[in-house]
Design a protein around this ligand. Structure first.
Ligand code: PGA
Length: 278
């Protein structure tokens, strides 16, 4: 089987322009995913999900996803059953099962109704020593088991200021997606989350975000143009109702991975509605 990203590893990040990219494909269905991080007890999660269900029930043509912590997945699953809201986990282990104390398997997540799993979030890379290699193992495991991976990539401020933006993004994309077939790439979602914008209130400008999204798409296109055209790339980093529409208007931004603002029902609803303009 053709391994999409083998070809990419030899390419220099500087070879690609940060402008332009593949224009928005009408077939790319936007995703608005809430990353609740380590917030919400099971009781609080049930309350928030119950508030959200009627608020977003009329939102059409986009995937709305909630990512509660592991302990709240079951209660959220109960509330969103039969609605237009999907469920994501925030992490998984790459082995099927066994002596891995404290870890959670793909099968456990599927059994609770998860369809997505966030992988390689910068907080996991930063505080829990995740590397491109472990991220890649998790992406493969998610795909093998039938979960859709949301692979997070993003540079720190120091890396951006040192002119290493392309290099870091390229390394994370190539490393995280190593040996993933073109067929499996259809199930992958990438989230670009500049570390300096996460939880800081500092959002990348729509132009900055678009430039990196276009760059990511061009990297994928170097391996397979059709895969790149269909790939959904989300922006994350202080997305709020006030800035969502400008971000989602950009041709290579296919929705958002939303942290803090997803914990407030009305705010998350407004962000989902902003994506309706696409
Ligand atoms: P934020 O988090 O929206 O609170 O910046 C985004 C994320 O880390 O996924």
């Amino acid at each position: 089987m053709l391994l999409l990203l083998c070809a990419l590893s030899d390419l220099c990040g500087k070879c690609f322009s940060m402008e332009g990219g593949v224009r928005m494909n009408a077939k790319r269905r936007p995703i608005l995913a809430g990353n609740w991080k380590m917030n919400m007890t099971a009781t609080q999660a049930r309350e928030l999900a119950s508030k959200l269900v009627p608020l977003v029930s009329a939102v059409k043509d986009r995937d709305i996803v909630l990512g509660p912590p592991f302990t709240s997945i079951a209660s959220v699953a109960e509330i969103i059953k039969g609605t237009n809201i999907g469920l994501s986990a925030q992490n998984l282990h790459w082995e099927d099962k066994g002596a891995f104390t404290g870890e959670i398997s793909a099968e456990m997540l599927l059994d609770l109704g998860c369809r997505y799993v966030i992988i390689g979030h910068s907080e996991r890379r930063q505080y829990f020593s995740e590397t491109d290699d472990t991220v890649n193992k998790k992406v493969k495991q998610a795909l093998k088991k039938g979960l859709l991976p949301i692979l997070c990539v993003g540079e720190t401020l120091a890396e951006r200021e040192a002119g290493k933006l392309n290099e870091i993004i390229s390394r994370q994309v190539t490393g995280g997606l190593k040996d993933i077939s073109a067929g499996d790439m259809e199930k992958v979602v990438i989230a670009y989350e500049p570390v300096w914008a996460i939880g800081t209130g500092k959002t990348a400008t729509p132009e900055q975000a678009q430039a990196v999204h276009a760059y990511i798409r061009s990297r994928i296109a170097a391996g397979d143009a059709a895969v790149a055209a269909a790939l959904r790339i989300l922006y994350g980093g202080s997305v709020k109702a006030a800035n969502a529409a400008q971000l989602f208007d950009k041709p290579d931004i296919d929705g958002g991975l939303i942290g803090g603002a997803s914990l407030v029902a009305e705010e998350f609803m407004a962000i989902c509605r902003a994506a309706e303009r696409r």
